[in-house]
Design a protein around this ligand. Structure first.
Ligand code: KG4
Ligand code: ZN
Length: 336
């Protein structure tokens, strides 16, 4: 199997219509993302029906632009990759159908990619993996610790039992009447505030690598209501800083514990919440004097994009792991 294969990758699992061209799993030739963020902002969150409609409008344009920016034609492309799940079913379907149509029309192999595998592999566009490794995936839909012994082998050792970290950010932001998505806004406010409220940390039972964020979200909302009822000033910066401190404390300490227990060589951080300034700094601090090499993607690779799908697909290409035209969107797809 050739190792410098060119993959055209498509990602439409949520509110970004994205296409990218990736060479050999590590070289990014183009990366086009049409975001719908502003459209969904009006509704305070992603409206699935509207997301699907915008994906339909954008998908062909985005794919054409990705090929053009990469200066390749379909003749140069070795395979088509697409996010098959998890995500919004209507949104996923647009990408899956586009990928299947192109694969059929141009007689190219088709690769189905798990969205979280994509987030992890975004890092390989920057630096080579060193196994065994641990990945902390923190996004709007996922909070997971994944152990990897080799390429394409994913063992989920911990996950959230309720809200994902990004989801907690978005819900707390909504309660504080801040715009969607809440993560970046709370992150900025938190830099100006202080952890004065000392919100609970959900450590769960001893030895567990699982997470829980819904109790914290409720604590923030209760505190906000209390302050309002007493007629006290609500310092939104302090609420943001206190909430963020609790999230980061649990994420960093549990990740550190898992990395130590498993003796990994590398920690890879992935997903939209890895853009968080406070989290990035806390992880750097926690891991600086250890043998574990920390890898945090540049901001443009943290949130949803198709480059990460192309990078993850390269591993499946090498293994000859192709799909036929029965490939379907799978909103509940499991990893590993
Ligand atoms: O990975 P992503 O783009 O989409 C999903 O697969 O979910 O992640 C989006 C999530 C949102 O919940 C958003 O609020 C959060 O990532 N996010 C952040 C930051 N930037 C984005 N959360 C905390 N701090 C940030 N700076
Ligand atoms: Zn994502």
């Amino acid at each position: 199997m050739k190792t410098d294969e060119i993959i055209l990758a498509i990602e439409t699992s949520c509110d970004e219509t994205a296409a990218a061209v990736v060479k050999g799993g590590t070289e990014l030739l183009s990366n086009v993302v049409a975001t719908q963020m502003e459209i969904h902002q009006k509704f305070g969150g992603v409206v699935p029906e509207i997301a699907s409609r915008h994906h339909i409008e954008q998908i062909t344009l985005v794919i054409e632009q990705a090929l053009e920016e990469a200066s390749v034609t379909m003749d140069d492309v070795d395979a088509i990759a697409v996010t098959e799940g998890p995500g919004l079913v209507g949104a996923l379907l647009i990408g899956v159908n586009a990928a299947k149509s192109i694969a059929y029309a141009h007689d190219k192999p088709l690769i189905g990619v798990h969205h979280i595998a994509g987030h992890i592999y975004a890092n390989r566009l920057e630096q080579e993996f060193q196994f065994p490794l641990l990945s902390l995936v923190v996004s709007g839909g996922h909070t997971e610790l994944i152990y990897m012994r080799d390429h394409g082998g994913y063992e989920v050792i911990g996950e959230t039992r309720d809200d994902a970290a990004g989801e907690a950010y978005d819900k707390v932001a909504k309660a504080l009447k801040l715009p969607y998505p809440g993560g970046p806004v709370i992150d900025q406010l938190a830099q100006k505030g202080e952890d004065v409220y000392d919100f609970p940390r959900a450590w769960l039972e001893k030895g567990s690598y699982d997470f829980s964020f819904s109790g914290l979200k409720t604590s923030v909302i209760n505190k906000l209501n209390q302050l309002k009822q007493k007629g006290e000033d609500v310092r939104v910066e302090d609420l943001a800083a206190s909430f963020q401190a609790s999230v980061i404390d649990v994420l960093v300490k549990k990740t550190y514990q898992a990395a130590s227990d498993l003796g990994v060589n590398q920690l890879i951080v992935a997903g939209g919440v890895s853009a968080n300034k406070g989290l990035r700094e806390a992880l750097k601090h926690q891991f600086e004097d250890t043998n574990v090499k920390l890898m945090i993607p540049p901001l443009y690779l943290c949130t949803d994009n198709a480059a990460m799908i192309g990078a993850a697909a390269s591993i499946e290409f090498q293994k000859g792991n192709f799909k036929n035209l029965n490939l379907n969107a799978n909103p509940g797809l499991m990893l590993g």
